[in-house]
Ligand binder design. Structure first.
Ligand code: HEM
Length: 403
C-alpha cells in the first residue's frame, strides 16, 4: 500500500485504510498535503498536550492563500483573534474569561429552552411526514440555541447562518476571487454585527452570554483587546458551535435509524445509558471535525519519527478515536463502553472544546425528541459531506408516519 494518501482517500476516511496506517506507518509525510499525518491515539493526544512545542498559531487559517484583494478586506478584521488560533500566554486569560462566561450552570439552565426550541421546530415539521434533517432541523436548531444563549433574537439567525457560510468559504479558500470578495465583505459585516451587539450590552447589560462576554473582556487589563478583537469572541463561539453540532446531530440520527440494534441499550433498560451519555460514543465513532493542524516550533520526534521545526502536523482525531489500543472493538458503536469519554472529538489540552456540555445537551435532546415524536422513522436519500475538515451529511432525507 502507498502511504502517499490522496486528499480524497483521507477525506473519505475508510476505517480499514486508517487501521493499516496506524499499524504500519503511524506518522508519515504526505506530499500532497505537505504535512505530517499523525494517526495513533497516543501520538495525537501527546501533540495536543504540548501546546508550546506544537503551536496553534494560524492553525485555522484558510487552506489556500487568499488573493491580495481579499486579504486587504480582511486585514486585521477577521480570524486574527480567534481563540483557536492563539497560543499561550495570550490564550490563557482569554480562555479563562470564556470559561467564566460559558459555564456548565449556564448550559444546564438552558436545558428547558433547548427542549422548547427543538419541540417548536418539530411541531412544524411533524405534519409533513418527511424532511431533509440537515436543512430543516440540524442546521437551524444549534444556531437558534446558541443565539438564544448569547441573547440574540431568533429572527436574526438566518443572517448569522449566512455569515457563517462565508466563514467556511474563506477557510476553504478555493472559490473564485469574485465569490471570495463577497465572502470577505460578509465577514466584515459579521464582525460588525457582534461589535454592535457587544456595545449594546455595555450600555444596557442583560443576563445573557453576550453580556457575560462583554463584562469579562472589555476593560480586562489582562487582555487589552480592541473592540474588533472582542467581537471575534462571540463570533468564534457561534461559528465553532454551529456546523460541528449540525454534523453531530445528522450522524447520531442516521446511526440511530440505520443501526437500531446498536441503540437497543438506550431503549431496553431503565436508567443507563442515557441519550446524553451516548453522544460521546457517537462522536468517537463518527467524529464531525476529524482533523486538527499544529505547527512544529522546534525539531522534535513524534511516534519515533523526526519532524523538523516549521513543519505542519495533521492530527487525525477520527483515526485516534478508532484506535483499538485504547477502544476495544473500536470500529463498533458500543453505548455501554466504559471509556467513550476519552475520545478526542472535542480535542484535548488548552484548546479543548469549551462547548462540550452544550453540544452534548443539544445533540442528545435533538435525537431523543426526534425518536419520540416521529414514529417509524426511515432514512431516504442522503449526501455525505466530503470535506477534509468535516464528516457527516449535507443532506439526510427522513420519512415518518403521521397520525
Ligand atoms: C459536537 C459539536 C462540537 C465538536 C465536535 C467540537 C469540536 C471542537 C474541537 C475539536 C475543538 C479544538 C480545536 C483545537 O484544538 O484546535 C473545539 C474548540 C472550540 N469549540 Fe467546539 N465543538 C463542538 C461544539 C461546540 C459548541 C456548541 C461551542 C460553543 C457554543 C463550541 C465552541 C468552541 C470554541 C470557542 C473552541 C475554541 C477553544 C479554544 O481555542 O480554547 N464548540 N471544538
Amino acid at each position: 500500500m502507498t502511504f502517499d494518501l490522496t486528499l480524497q482517500q483521507l477525506t473519505q476516511q475508510p476505517s480499514e485504510l486508517w487501521e493499516q496506517v496506524r499499524e504500519e506507518r503511524p506518522v508519515f509525510y504526505s506530499d500532497e498535503l505537505n504535512m505530517w499525518v499523525v494517526s495513533r491515539y497516543e501520538d495525537v493526544s501527546a501533540v495536543l498536550l504540548e501546546p508550546n512545542l506544537f503551536t496553534s498559531a494560524r492553525s485555522f487559517d484558510p487552506a489556500k492563500p487568499l488573493p491580495p484583494k481579499v486579504e486587504k478586506i480582511l486585514e486585521g478584521k477577521w480570524a486574527a483573534n480567534l481563540m483557536v488560533n492563539i497560543d499561550q500566554p495570550a490564550h490563557t486569560p482569554m480562555r479563562r474569561a470564556v470559561n467564566r462566561a460559558l459555564t456548565h450552570k449556564r448550559v444546564e439552565n438552558s436545558v428547558d429552552t433547548i427542549r422548547r426550541i427543538a419541540n417548536e421546530l418539530l411541531d412544524d415539521l411533524y405534519p409533513k411526514g418527511e424532511m431533509d434533517l440537515i436543512a430543516r432541523f440540524a442546521r437551524i436548531f444549534p444556531a437558534l440555541v446558541v443565539a438564544d444563549i448569547l441573547g440574540l433574537p431568533a429572527d436574526e439567525v438566518p443572517s448569522i447562518i449566512h455569515w457563517g457560510e462565508y466563514f467556511e468559504e474563506i477557510l476553504a479558500g478555493s472559490a473564485p476571487e469574485e465569490e471570495l470578495l463577497v465572502a470577505a465583505q460578509g465577514l466584515v459585516d459579521y464582525q460588525q454585527y457582534f461589535l454592535n451587539a457587544i456595545e449594546a450590552r455595555l450600555s444596557e447589560p442583560r443576563g445573557d452570554l453576550l453580556t457575560a462576554i462583554a463584562e469579562e473582556f472589555v476593560g480586562n487589563p489582562e487582555l487589552e483587546m480592541t473592540m474588533e478583537e472582542i467581537a471575534d469572541v462571540p463570533l468564534g463561539v457561534f461559528t465553532a458551535g454551529h456546523n460541528t453540532t449540525t454534523l453531530a446531530i445528522g450522524n447520531f440520527v442516521f446511526h440511530m435509524i440505520e443501526y437500531p440494534d446498536h441503540f437497543k441499550p438506550l431503549f431496553d433498560e431503565h436508567g443507563k445509558p442515557s441519550f446524553y451519555d451516548a453522544v460521546d460514543e457517537m462522536l468517537r465513532l463518527e467524529t464531525p471535525f476529524p482533523v486538527l493542524r499544529r505547527r512544529v516550533e522546534r525539531d522534535t520526534v513524534v511516534g519515533g519519527v523526526k519532524i523538523p521545526a516549521g513543519e505542519t502536523v495533521m492530527l487525525s482525531l477520527a483515526s485516534a478515536n478508532r484506535d483499538d489500543a485504547v477502544f476495544e472493538g473500536a470500529g463498533m458503536l458500543d453505548l455501554c463502553r466504559a471509556n467513550s469519554n476519552r475520545h478526542l472529538g472535542f480535542g484535548a489540552g488548552i484548546h479543548f472544546c469549551p462547548g462540550k456540555s452544550l453540544a452534548r445537551r443539544e445533540v442528545s435532546i435533538a435525537a431523543e425528541l426526534i425518536y419520540e415524536r416521529l414514529p417509524n422513522l426511515a432514512v431516504g436519500e442522503y449526501t455525505r459531506v466530503n470535506r477534509f475538515v468535516n464528516r457527516g451529511f449535507s443532506r439526510l432525507e427522513l420519512t415518518w408516519d403521521v397520525a
